[in-house]
Design a protein around this ligand. Sequence first.
Ligand SMILES: NC(=O)c1ccc[n+]([C@@H]2O[C@H](COP(=O)([O-])OP(=O)(O)OC[C@H]3O[C@@H](n4cnc5c(N)ncnc54)[C@H](O)[C@@H]3O)[C@@H](O)[C@H]2O)c1
Length: 308
Amino acid sequence: MKVTVVGAGAVGASCAEYIAFKNFASEVVLLDIKEGYAEGKAMDLMQCASLNGFDTKITGVTNDYSKTADSDICVITSGIPRKPGMTREELIGINAGIVKDVSSNLIKNSPNAVIIVVSNPMDTMTYLVHKTSDLPKNKIIGMGGALDSARFKYRLAEALDAPISDVDGMVIGGHSDTGMVPLTSHATRNSIKVSEFLSEDRLNQVAEDTKVGGATLTKLLGTSAWYAPGAAVSGLVQAIACDQKKMFPCSTFLEGEYGLNDICIGVPVILGKNGIEKIVDVPLSEAEKAHMQASAEGVRKTNGLLDV
Ligand SMILES: NC(=O)c1ccc[n+]([C@@H]2O[C@H](COP(=O)([O-])OP(=O)(O)OC[C@H]3O[C@@H](n4cnc5c(N)ncnc54)[C@H](O)[C@@H]3O)[C@@H](O)[C@H]2O)c1
């Protein structure tokens, strides 16, 4: 199992770290355009191996795609992150060119790989890879919903004063401050709907705090977060590498599901060795359906800025 992570910055390195710590991949290649940067991150991570007990071999390369050849899974984290006050959509001008170039180099060297897109604006970057490559749609996956759902569970646990392991919930829709659709009607505490414990107002507050989860951290950190994003990517990589058939909300190309066409947006999918093995259609409340449609409009607006 060979995994390539492009972008050895905050999210890319954190993702490589979690993949190595989970010890399911034989090899992780980190690639960055900044001279020596990926090599340095890889060496630092390899010096954790004896301390943390993993055998995954991590190497770093400066823009040399021949070293990524025959990867099973490739993760794209290259590009600029947002600064406080910015939206993810504002990154499109720089990141679209980077993602287009990086994905074409990856696919040339690993034509059978599953591609996971992380760079923002993620749904539009996933759509860009779909439109500019010949890969089947099951092999192009956008990561956003897994992170947003982790943030939703964090906020739910806080509101319920419960341990996070007691809580389950999912966020679908676009990976943006206004586009996320936290499925409050499906969220549970140990199989009991959270609406049994929380007022409608408190649940709405949980949903709003979830949607601005990334912006809240960007304001505190001065740049976007990396631990939970890296952990979320590593969960997707592990589900594919170990053929786990686990369900995650991921951005995928829709052809009629959720009443949407010709768009990549977050919906529940089953991940296994073929990438996206199934798109799961969940019944939504009327409010969630309306929110999903509005979210799709927002993603389409950003897609309209692409030159494809
Ligand atoms: N989808 C999500 O849930 C999610 C979560 C967090 C961050 N992000 C996004 O991930 C991206 C990376 O964030 P970060 O915090 O790691 O940023 P970062 O600046 O720390 O790292 C980005 C890295 O990409 C490298 N890079 C730039 N152009 C490149 C190219 N052409 N080829 C190879 N490497 C290149 C840079 O040198 C840098 O090291 C951003 O777009 C951010 O918005 C997405």
